[in-house]
Design a protein around this ligand. Structure first.
Ligand code: NAP
Length: 346
């Protein structure tokens, strides 16, 4: 009998899905990926990690329960990793209902399918630090009160409690990874870190489009996606399912991210002014590179979020390997190379 494990990843075309597929294949897994039907399939991230031929793709929309049941039956996975859904807190203010449908109800449908098809299947849910948001004591551990500040955070909180409930009520091996922000050269372009590294790379190559940002003093706990997917896998190897904060334990401001990313590609950026009047200049040429705009402020912002991953360190033996500084340099250099080669962005 084969001892090879089978995993099903929903959202395999995303940042985390691609890194997780890479991690699981290296561990000897057979990996199925669920992708939503689209006129053009977004395989750029899987291609960047040389995975297109190594994973088996199936179509699935997180809003369609019947196809979910069929997929779980057909693939018969040992483990399911739910990484799919509308993943931007900022965009969730424009698409609150769709966010609730995919992020909140998506995992509920998936767990119901598992309960009916094979309750022994282990499940990972990509929960988010955005379930905390306001008034938490820092650093934030698993026991903090919740107060989400976006439709995305609210939907993630519903998903979080659904996982806890299916574990307690139906005995499913279902775990929440409460993940703080994690980034990489494969991060979506709509997220601030990747927006910074792609824009600065274009400016460094002579582009004219200024980088316009929201609140430069916003601070986040940023880690590397490649490290965070390892925590996901470890959670499903435990005898008991549980919930874990996954974080670096340090916060940095958007301003620091911009400064470091600029330095990594030869731009020395100096800031002048305050609040919405802040502007950033290239110290060598005096050219303005950065502006700020209220358009990029969210209607309600979470407090600065910094996580305490002590439980993951003690129980999973997990700790992040890449530092913030290494992460920023990696992203900035990768986008500079793409800009120089005129590569398509994703
Ligand atoms: P991502 O790059 O935006 O990937 C999201 C994935 O979900 C994509 O594969 C996307 O498919 C898919 N998807 C979106 N709507 C769908 C639908 N209706 N049906 C099926 N698939 C759908 O996000 P990520 O950064 O990898 O994050 C992975 C998960 O972790 C998400 O649930 C996110 O909310 C959560 N999370 C992320 C972070 C972070 O900092 N990255 C932090 C906490 C939690 P397409 O390729 O077709 O768009």
């Amino acid at each position: 009998m084969s001892t090879q494990k089978t995993a099903l990843i929903s959202g395999i075309t995303g940042q985390d899905g691609s890194y997780l597929a890479h991690n699981l294949i290296a561990q000897g897994y057979r990996v199925f990926g669920a992708v939503r039907r689209a006129s053009t399939l977004n395989l750029a991230r899987l291609a960047a990690l040389d995975l297109v031929e190594k994973v088996e793709l199936r179509t699935l929309d997180m809003q369609d329960f019947a196809s979910m049941m069929r997929l779980v039956e057909e693939v018969a996975p040992d483990e399911i990793y739910n990484l799919s859904g509308q993943s931007s807190p900022q965009a969730s203010f424009q698409q609150p209902l769709y966010t609730g449908q995919t992020v909140g109800l998506g995992i509920l449908r998936l767990m119901e399918a598992v309960k009916l098809v094979n309750p022994a299947i282990r499940i990972f849910e990509a929960a988010s630090s955005e379930i905390f948001g306001l008034g938490s004591k820092h650093p934030i551990c698993e026991k903090q009160d919740f107060h989400p500040r976006s439709p995305y955070g609210v939907a993630k909180l519903f998903a979080y409690w659904s996982v806890v409930n299916y574990r307690e009520a139906h005995g499913l091996h279902a775990s929440n990874g409460i993940m703080f922000s994690h980034e990489s050269p494969l991060r979506g372009m709509e997220f601030v870190t990747r927006k910074i590294t792609t824009s600065l790379a274009q400016l460094a190559c002579g582009g004219q489009q200024m980088l316009t940002l929201g609140n430069l003093d916003n601070a986040r706990d940023w880690g590397f996606a490649g490290d965070y997917v390892e925590a996901m896998r470890l959670m499903l190897q435990q005898n008991r399912a549980d919930d874990y904060v996954i974080a670096s334990g340090r916060t940095h401001s958007v301003r620091e991210f911009v400064t470091l990313a600029g330095q990594a590609i030869g731009l020395e950026i100096e800031f002048e002014g305050e609040g919405l009047e802040t502007r950033g200049f290239d110290k060598k040429t005096g050219r303005q590179l950065i502006a700020t705009s209220a358009d990029f402020y969210r209607p309600s912002e979470p407090d600065p979020l910094v996580g305490d991953a002590t439980k993951a360190r003690q129980k999973l033996n997990w700790r992040p390997k890449l530092s913030f500084e290494e992460l920023v340099v990696m992203m900035a250099e990768s986008d500079l190379e793409r800009a120089r080669n005129g590569q398509v962005w994703y």
